[in-house]
Design a protein around this ligand. Structure first.
Ligand code: PMP
Length: 437
């Protein structure tokens, strides 16, 4: 049963991963800002689980809502039938989203939200008689989940090269990350906005009438906290509008307060045509995602019952009652506790603490925005990722959870974090960096 399998190449602790079994790191419970390990230690959650537990762990309102809903209505078919909480959640979600977003399509994860958004974009053009618009454009170092559409538009070659031809007709904009020009910049970098012009180059190459959508994370999270240079998103928006191309913001990480406002679209003042979200929608407690659409896109996509039959899309668990109840309680918790405002208020303290790590051994860049931050380390020659991974292990031993991607350490705490936790997080990381080889 414990025979090694091919999945051991992936970072998947739930498979028979021999490497993981040698050094098991198990969480058995969690409360507020802390996890508890199998051997009874407390670990400060510096990453909100996987960027999702924005309200911290074990929030009473969310726990109670799930309990109640499970006893009241456990499941309702998503087709032909509905239930009130899904509609209520869609309404609340659109209320907190920027103005033009009036409709929510529910999914069960970030990856599914991405697939759904790409399909909506293609169907939208087709419904308008522009069925030639089938090409999609992503960005290098973009991450859009692990399903076929998502890895096709995603900008991580390693995530797609094992899987054949994937989606045809995909181009990638260059990554905007220019460390040599922007190292240690606080907040949005000054340099790199001109890279948006590459979109014009791609449009000229294929013709605007062939391009359906551009998908980007407004701030790329899981590939290392890569902030958009000033003017970049604005320019992408202008070019897309000029050529009738839809702009999709993948807000799976940036949604729900991490940057200090409900969505990054609001934070940057740039409105896309579709927003994908997940993670913080239910505080990470129950799988759920959503795609937010403007009325125009929704109406073109949903052209009455006949069109819907032809254009089948939806999941068994779309708008699941228990997930919807968890989502409602989560949004209510964010509002009651003012967590998005709190993220904005704490951001300067977070920035100070993070940038105090400058000058420590191996630190070659620091990036921050809202309650998110990254520390990039110089790689060990011939052993990339090793140094950051060692930092992760050492921090864990000292009771702090960080996350690493390549040689980048990323931190994205629950928004309930307090100043002493911020001190603990950066203090521990500083101690670890000082002793790192
Ligand atoms: N898009 C973005 C921007 C993400 O960060 C992630 C997950 N880190 C996904 C999509 C995929 O989400 P999931 O893991 O829920 O499928």
């Amino acid at each position: 049963k414990s025979a090694p399998n091919d999945l051991s190449a992936f970072w998947m602790p739930f498979t028979a991963n021999r490497q993981f079994k040698k050094t098991p790191r198990m969480f058995v419970s969690a409360d507020g800002m802390f996890y508890k390990t199998g051997d009874g230690r407390e670990v400060l959650d510096g990453t909100a689980g996987l960027w999702c537990c924005n309200a911290g762990h074990n929030q009473p309102k969310i726990v109670e809502a799930i309990r109640q809903q499970a006893g009241e209505l456990d499941y309702a078919p998503a087709f032909q039938m509905g239930h009130p909480k899904a509609f209520e959640l869609a309404t609340r979600l659109c209320d907190m989203a920027p103005e033009p977003f009036e409709h929510a399509f529910f999914t069960n994860s970030g990856s599914e939200s991405v697939e759904t958004a790409l399909k909506i974009a293609l169907a939208y053009h087709r419904a308008r008689g522009e069925g030639s618009r089938t090409r999609l454009i992503g960005r290098e170092r973009g991450y859009h989940g692990v399903n076929f559409g998502g890895i096709s538009v995603g900008g991580i070659v390693n995530n797609r090269r094992h899987f054949g031809t994937l989606l045809a007709g995909v181009d990638h904009l260059p990554a905007t990350h220019l460390p040599e020009k922007n190292a240690f910049t606080r907040g949005q970098p000054e340099h790199g906005a001109e890279l948006a012009e590459d979109l014009e180059r791609i449009v000229a190459l294929h013709g605007a009438e062939t391009i359906a959508a551009v998908i980007v994370e407004p701030m790329a999270g899981s590939t290392g906290v890569l902030l958009p240079p000033k003017g970049y998103l604005e320019r992408l928006r202008e070019i897309c509008t000029k050529h009738g191309i839809l702009l999709i913001f993948d807000e799976v990480i940036t949604g729900f307060g991490r940057l200090g406002s409900s969505f990054a679209a609001e934070h940057f003042g740039v409105m896309p045509d579709l927003i994908t979200c997940a993670k913080g929608l239910t505080n990470g407690v129950i799988p759920m995602g959503a795609v937010l659409a403007t009325a125009e896109i929704h109406d073109a996509f949903m052209q009455g019952p006949e069109h819907m039959i032809e254009l089948f899309h939806g999941y068994t668990y779309s708008g699941n009652p228990i997930a919807s109840a968890a989502g409602l309680a989560t949004l209510e918790t964010y509002r009651e506790q003012g967590l998005f405002e709190r993220a904005a208020e704490l951001a300067p303290y977070w920035e100070e603490g993070l940038h105090s790590l400058r000058g420590l051994p191996h630190v070659i860049d620091i990036r921050n925005m809202g309650l998110i931050g990254a520390v990039e380390l110089s790689p060990i020659a011939g052993a990339p990722t090793k140094r950051a991974f060692q930092a992760f292990l050492d921090c864990y031993e000292k009771g702090v959870l960080i996350r690493t991607t390549g040689d980048i350490i990323a931190m994205s705490p629950p928004l309930i974090i307090e100043k002493p936790h911020i001190d603990q997080l950066f203090g521990t990381l500083a101690d670890v960096l000082k002793t790192l080889e």
